[in-house]
Design a protein around this ligand. Structure first.
Ligand code: ADP
Ligand code: MG
Length: 247
């Protein structure tokens, strides 16, 4: 919570369908400022959809989502502003192939935030240094490893000055030896107090960095616990079954 007690992310009675499929069922979730929440659950349980609704990449059918106390509007300029408050990093890095690393990080701040170039470049360089990749700034995405590209994607999301960062399986597409360099950047970000919602299968990260674990199954939040409690004492059969398969 902030001093005023307003949660950074608030989802109240959120419902979402894809045609017949009820993909999010009465989701109620509050994430306090500075809290790191890891979202676990089997494939198809609705984890990606949850992230995408928070960023309004997907509309919802019912309920409410608010970021730092401001309800997400359906569309228009206000939506663009609020969307900028929520940074998102995907499994596929989605960098612009024909732009350099530096240009990738500068693009949204200059186009959307209307920062001047000098200011955007200074900020971008600071962020590239933070993710340990400033020396690659003039290269193109294809010249970087997957781990490096994902770190650029994190810098790019941070360049908008988001209040919340969503990560949807950010290391799932990486070769194993590159997973830690990305998790390290995320762990640092968490320690610095960023509010984060992280879908991941990296249980080490969940134990180390998460304040809370949310377990989803069939579009519902089935468990909401500390990592310690969740891993040692899952209460639902579905969570026990899930943990039995992955641990
Ligand atoms: P997870 O990320 O937990 O694997 P998703 O949120 O991607 O789950 O998907 C939840 C369910 O919604 C799945 O059954 C999936 O097939 C379905 N789904 C996801 N996106 C769409 C879409 N754009 N149109 C129709 N069905 C979708
Ligand atoms: Mg997914």
């Amino acid at each position: 919570m902030t001093e005023t007690g307003t949660p950074m992310i608030r989802m109240a009675a959120v419902d979402k369908h894809f045609g017949e499929l009820h993909v999010l069922k009465d989701i109620n979730l509050e994430v306090a400022a500075g809290q790191v929440v890891v979202v676990l659950g089997p494939s198809g349980s609705g984890k990606s959809t949850l992230c995408r609704t928070i960023n309004r990449l997907e509309p919802i059918d019912g309920g409410e989502i608010a970021i730092d106390g401001k309800a997400l509007p359906a569309e228009g300029k206000a939506l663009a502003g609020l969307r900028a408050d929520v940074g998102m990093v995907f499994q596929s890095f989605n960098l612009f192939a024909h732009k350099t690393i530096l240009e990738n990080v500068m693009l949204a701040p200059t186009k959307v935030r209307r920062q001047n170039k000098a200011e955007a470049e200074k900020n971008a360089m600071r962020l590239l240094e933070r993710v340990g990749i400033a020396n690659q700034k003039d290269k193109y995405p294809a010249q970087l490893s997957g781990g490096q590209q994902q770190r650029v994607a994190i810098a790019r999301a941070l360049a908008m000055g988001p209040k919340v960062m969503l990560f949807d399986e950010p290391t799932s597409a990486l070769d194993p030896e590159m997973v830690n360099e990305v998790l390290d950047v995320m762990t640092t970000l968490a320690k610095e107090g960023m509010t984060m919602l992280v879908v991941t299968h990296e249980m080490g990260f969940a134990r180390r960095a998460a304040h809370r674990v949310i377990f989803m199954a069939d579009g519902e939040i089935v468990e909401d616990a500390t990592p310690d409690d969740f891993f040692t004492n899952p209460t639902s059969d579905r969570a026990k079954d899930f943990l039995g398969k992955i641990l």
